[in-house]
Design a protein around this ligand. Structure first.
Ligand code: AMP
Ligand code: MG
Length: 423
């Protein structure tokens, strides 16, 4: 039987290359950029005020006696019409262009108007500003409260590289440099088919012998977070004809993920149904617990091979196999670099006997020791007392999978083990 690393390599080798697609800006969130982005503007477009206050010449500052005549008022969106000469200042608002001659902005809180009863004509010239102002700041430095033209980015400069995952911040930056669309790696469509005669839809109350289809929604959520676009095909009965119809539908997507029907039961029809439809098996069974019966195959296709995963039906097995094999494939298809779960080390909180036989991924909960510095410093990990692979409830307390190599070993509290962090 192949091991987890071999299986993962076999999956990654079969991930097809993808064509970039151009999306409207509002659709780009969560995609990976497939082009270099250059700016069409300087930002800021002019030297600009970072405070509401007065633009002045720092050389005119003369301690508490500094009184300057106010020559005009400039708001954001406006333009200064006069240069600031010796003894003068311009009332200025955040974002407005700095007038020629001025080399500093003093915030309004560090000034007092000199003529509380400004004349109507003076008010006209300076808007709502006084005709003179006293600077009460203790010092004025050249350049203070001014952001220089192009300090953030210059016209023609590359501001984002291909491969960048577009978060809301990057969407904002695209907007700033005038891009209302971008070339991205399209997120793959991933169909989900939950198989099993015992399954009923979520909204139904299961009769005797039935259970709700929890894998379908869980896999849809996992796919979405991994970067894929899930498409739920619902529940397939363990009947060859029904499965054939649904699988055929699922093979229209880039990836098809099935749950159930890949073990050794009499109604485990998934592998033979897939092969009857031309899906070539790459592997069936991996040296792994839980999740040993996992199946992977490929449907050759001119526009990019279709990847097909048959996950064991037990929810914990499904989750573990998804994280180990499906997530990396979806991440690659989406153009993302980080395609595997982050791993870290943690100290076992309790003694733990690992029976050995297969490498094991146990639902577990780690916590960084209180006050630990750095925050990714030593953590303790508790192996959860789960009731087997069907125990989704206990899994809900997990935030990682504790990884035990295949060898039998009695671990002691305090032993360092690897954990794979669940996102
Ligand atoms: P299978 O892999 O089909 O042999 O299923 C293994 C176990 O997982 C059985 O106990 C199933 O009832 C359970 N199971 C299968 N599919 C699902 C599902 N979609 N949601 C929850 N449990 C499931
Ligand atoms: Mg089944």
């Amino acid at each position: 039987m192949i091991d987890v690393q071999q299986a993962l390599q076999l999956v990654l080798q079969r991930v097809p290359a993808r064509q970039a697609a151009r999306l409207a800006l509002a659709e780009t969130l969560g995609h990976v950029l497939a082009e270099e982005i250059t700016s069409d503007i300087d930002s800021p477009p002019h030297d600009k005020a970072l405070m509401d206050g007065y633009a002045l010449r720092s050389a005119d500052f003369n301690g508490a006696n500094t009184v300057l005549s106010v020559i005009e008022e400039v708001t954001a969106g406006g333009n200064p019409t006069q240069a600031v000469s010796q003894g003068a200042a311009t009332r200025i608002m955040t974002g407005a262009p700095i007038p020629a001659g001025a080399d500093a902005v003093v915030m309004v809180e560090q000034t007092t108007p000199v003529d509380a009863t400004a004349t109507a004509s003076a008010m006209d010239a300076t808007g709502g500003a006084p005709s003179a102002v006293r600077i009460t700041a203790s010092q004025v430095r050249a350049g203070q409260n001014i952001m220089r033209r192009a300090a953030s980015l210059a016209k023609g400069e590359t501001v984002m590289h291909a491969g960048t995952l577009l978060r809301p911040i990057e969407v904002g930056l695209l907007a700033e440099v005038g891009r209302d669309n971008a070339a991205v790696t399209p997120r793959p469509r991933v169909a989900v088919l939950s198989t099993g005669n015992e399954l009923v839809p979520v909204a139904e109350v299961p009769a005797t012998g039935q259970i709700r289809n929890s894998n379908g929604p869980m896999l849809g959520a996992l796919i979405q977070r991994a970067g894929g676009r899930p498409c739920d095909l619902g529940i397939g009965r363990d009947r060859r004809d029904e499965l054939q119809t649904l699988v055929t539908q699922g093979l229209e997507s880039d990836v098809l993920v099935l749950s159930g029907g890949v073990s050794a039961g009499v109604l485990d029809l998934v592998p033979s149904v897939l092969e009857s439809l031309g899906v070539e098996q790459v592997f069936h069974k991996v040296d792994l617990k839980p999740g040993k019966p996992v199946w992977f195959g490929v449907l050759p296709n001119a526009d990019g091979d279709k990847l097909v995963f048959g996950l064991p039906g037990n929810p914990v097995s499904s989750l573990v196999c998804f994280e180990l094999f499906v997530r990396p494939a979806i991440a690659r298809l989406s153009g993302r670099n980080a395609d595997q779960l982050a791993t870290r080390q943690a100290r076992l909180a309790n003694d733990h006997h690992h029976r050995g036989g297969r490498p094991t991924f146990f639902p577990a909960r780690f916590a960084v020791a209180e006050g630990s510095s750095p925050p990714d410093g030593p953590a303790n990990v508790e192996i959860l007392a789960w009731q087997g692979s069907a125990d989704l409830r206990t899994l809900s307390h997990a935030n990682c999978l504790a990884c035990f190599p295949k060898e039998e070993r009695s671990y002691q509290a305090g032993d360092l083990i690897d954990v794979a962090v669940l996102p």
